[in-house]
Design a protein around this ligand. Structure first.
Ligand code: GRG
Length: 322
């Protein structure tokens, strides 16, 4: 039974999004001019006194801002904020952790859109980063976000106990690296025009998108030094919810429009990608996603009404149109 209304859920997501975006804007702001970040070059072809600038870090930060502050549902940050609230973790630590996770997510979208991967020109209703800034800047902006995420997590702002910070860094690196998202992305590229079984698709999607959802939700438990059992329940909730989210994404690719979703549609079929929708059919896949959401919510019973926003989020991810 879900007690949070859809309006209250949207309000709660907005609250997290505002804090998240304020902090991201701060972290991605261009620092005061200094001779170490900007190289002034006197070009022989220029008039005396005229200089041109190599902006270096400033260009990368500008590109990072373009992607990070271009909207997005902020589901992973919301998971972190909700799970942190279950264990009395401070809002500041939850948001700081959420920024690191959202940076990893944003980097994955930037790199996924590159010509060598999904080769896409539209993301969140805007030109993809490489279309706006060029491929090299997009690769570097993605690299910048990935490394910045771990720099943020290493800071005492996250937690005064270094062991907690290490735990979080380890969990996020595992979820994002070759045993998680990077491995899943490679499987996805290799699987084009290959027939996959339902189990193989589930495994691929767990690595590609599920593990990042799982660590986003476990993060509150890590920050709150929660018992392993509670961390595992939060992971189980997020993995079931994440798979239902992915099925919805695949349904939107089949049934949605470019205007509605802010991204190109019908991409899976064109790329020859097997999805649970292509293998099970639209109706069975939709029913399966509903069962996954019921299962996800059942993992939260130990948390009582404190977890109502997580329950409402699970219902929301399968009803979304974006
Ligand atoms: C490049 C290492 C690397 C990994 C890319 C996540 C990913 C792996 C690719 C994204 C491709 C994609 C469209 C996957 C479907 C599910 C998904 C992660 C959608 C995007 O996430 P949302 O809907 O995005 O949460 P917003 O824009 O709301 O933040």
């Amino acid at each position: 039974m879900v007690h949070t209304s859809p309006e209250a859920l949207q309000e709660a997501i907005q609250k997290v999004s505002r804090s998240l975006e304020d902090r991201m804007a701060e972290l991605l702001s261009v620092p005061e001019r200094s001779s170490s970040t900007v190289i002034s070059m006197n070009k022989t072809s220029k008039q005396d006194g005229e200089t041109s600038h190599v902006r270096g870090a400033d260009t990368v930060l500008e590109a990072m801002r373009y992607s990070a502050l271009s909207g997005g549902k902020r589901l992973r940050p919301f998971l972190t904020a909700c799970s942190a609230s279950l264990f009395g973790v401070s809002w500041e630590a939850a948001i700081e952790t959420a920024v690191a996770i959202e940076f990893i997510h944003t980097y994955s979208l930037i790199h996924d859109d590159l010509p060598a991967m999904d080769n896409d020109d539209l993301r969140r209703g805007k030109p993809t980063l490489h279309k706006a800034y060029g491929e090299a800047a997009a690769i570097l902006a993605g690299d910048g976000m990935l490394t910045y995420a771990f720099q943020i997590l290493a800071s005492p702002k996250i937690h005064s106990d270094a062991a907690v910070r290490c735990d979080l860094i380890n969990a996020l690196a595992t979820a994002s690296g070759c045993w998680g998202m990077v491995g899943g992305q490679m499987m996805d590229l290799e699987a084009e025009n290959v027939t996959l079984s339902v189990d193989e698709i589930i495994r691929l999607q767990r690595l590609k998108t599920g593990e990042l959802f799982a660590v986003s939700c476990e993060a509150g438990g890590i920050l709150g030094k929660a018992p392993g059992m509670m961390r595992n329940l939060l992971r189980a909730y997020a993995l079931d919810m994440g798979l239902a989210f992915q099925i919805t994404d695949d349904l939107l690719d089949v049934e949605g429009t470019r205007t509605e979703t802010g991204k190109n549609v019908n991409k899976d079929k064109i790329a020859g990608k097997a999805t649970l929708v292509s293998v099970m059919g639209v109706e069975r896949a939709r029913e399966h996603s509903q069962r996954l959401i019921e299962q996800a919510i059942s993992h939260l019973s130990v948390f009582d009404k404190k977890a109502d926003n997580l329950r409402a989020l699970a219902e929301f991810v399968i009803s979304r149109k974006v």
